[in-house]
Structure formats: structure tokens, C-alpha cells
Design a binder for this molecule. Sequence first.
Ligand code: BTN
Length: 252
Amino acid sequence: KWGLQTKWLGQTVVFEEVVDSTQDVAHKTAQKGAEHGTIVVTDKQLKGRGRRNRIWASDHAEGLWLSMILRPELSPFEASQFTLFTAVSLVETLQKLTGLTIHIKWPNDLYIRNRKVCGILTEMQAELESVNYIIIGFGLNVNQTEDHFTDAIRERSTSLSLESNRTWDRIQLLQAILEDFETNYYKYQQEGFSYIRKKWLHYAYKLGEEVKIITPHRSFFGIIDGISADGALIVLNENGEKEVIYSAEIHW
Ligand code: BTN
């Protein structure tokens, strides 16, 4: 069944039924010298984590919990662009397969209507100017029903299944995701971030709309205007001036 049509992505798979976090397994695997494109997959995570040290609920086998080990030629500054690239690639595959309309909330959460369906976590091991390896983890809610979510989580989360009223074959999804990712990876390498940026804007959530922006320094209401050539968020602040935001949470 696993007829994966890729050259390097997912050709080595580390699968464990239960782990604390696939990110941790991936770090260990990478440090032992795992090759570019090795993936770590699990059914259940006991300590799945999200950005800003948040918990990522994944102690059930209904989602896709995965970390990819990549060894791109990249400066540490370009790593955030790489995450935006991952979001774009995921949206394209998922829209194609499910027919659902999916948007990207900056920097890289995937949303269906008003709820999050997928989160991406990028971690890297870098020395001065170069990246040794990068681990891109994503959690995709696939077959969860209402019962799998607490009320608080359900309020802001959804699954492919809840949005489409059917279940999805996780292996088939995984295969398509990996195949598209690899194809897009070549295009990204050839054409650079401008190619991703255009696509990202096409899928952007709340573009031109007012949101609350919480940066490490202040919070304010602003209008999402786009992303810069290096992947930062551009907003129009209270005074109508453009501001470039590198780190923030967006709320509405
Ligand atoms: C976020 O939305 O903050 C990112 C969530 C990332 C979750 C995935 S699930 C697979 C991998 N292992 C983890 O512990 N986290 C990521």
C-alpha cells in the first residue's frame, strides 16, 4: 500500500506507535546522522508540543503526527520562510484531495472556516551561519470527531472529517503530502521565496481585515497587508502606517 513516489522524502521512516513527541525522536535521529528526508511518524503522542511551548493534544490515533528531518542549504534566517513554504505545500495537497477551502493564518496555521486544522512547528540545529538540520513537525487533525476534543479545544479546532462528513485514509493523505512537498521543494529551490510568497498571499487568512496583533512588546489592532520578501508579516497599524512584524500572535 505504501507505494510512495518520492526520491528522498519519507524513504526512511521511523514509526513508533506511541512517543512523547515526534520532534524529540526526530532530533535524536538527526543527531545520529539521519539522512535528508527521514520522517518520524506516530499514532499517539503523550507530550505533543506546539509553538510557544503549548501542548498539542495528540494522544489519540486520529490525526497525522509527523516530523520531517531536512538538511537544506539554508541560513538560520531563512528557516521561517521554510515554514511558510510547508504551509503552502500542505494547503495545496489538502485542498486538492479533500475539496475543502483552507487558509493560512500567519505564520503557518491552517484554518478551515474559523477553526484550526493543522499546526506546524519548525525547530533547527544551526551553527553560526548555517543550518545543520531542520525539523518540520506538523499535526494535522484528520478523523477526530467532536468526542476527541475538549470543549475549549473544539471551539477553535476542527478536523478534516468534521468538515467533510467522512473519514480519510491517513496513509493516503501522508503519501500525497510527501509527494507534493518534494515536488514543491525543487520549485522553491529553483525559484526562491518569491514563488512561495505569491502563493502564500493567495491562501492568506484575513488578508485586508482587522485583527489583534500581540507582539512581545505591545498589542494593537491592525489590518493584515501581506508578507515581506523575507516572510515577515506586514500590517497597517492604528495610524495607517506599515509595520513589519517578525514575531506575533494574531487574534480576532
Ligand atoms: C502549533 O500549532 O503550535 C504547532 C503544532 C505542531 C504539532 C506537531 S504534531 C507532530 C510534531 N510533534 C510535536 O510534538 N509537535 C509537532
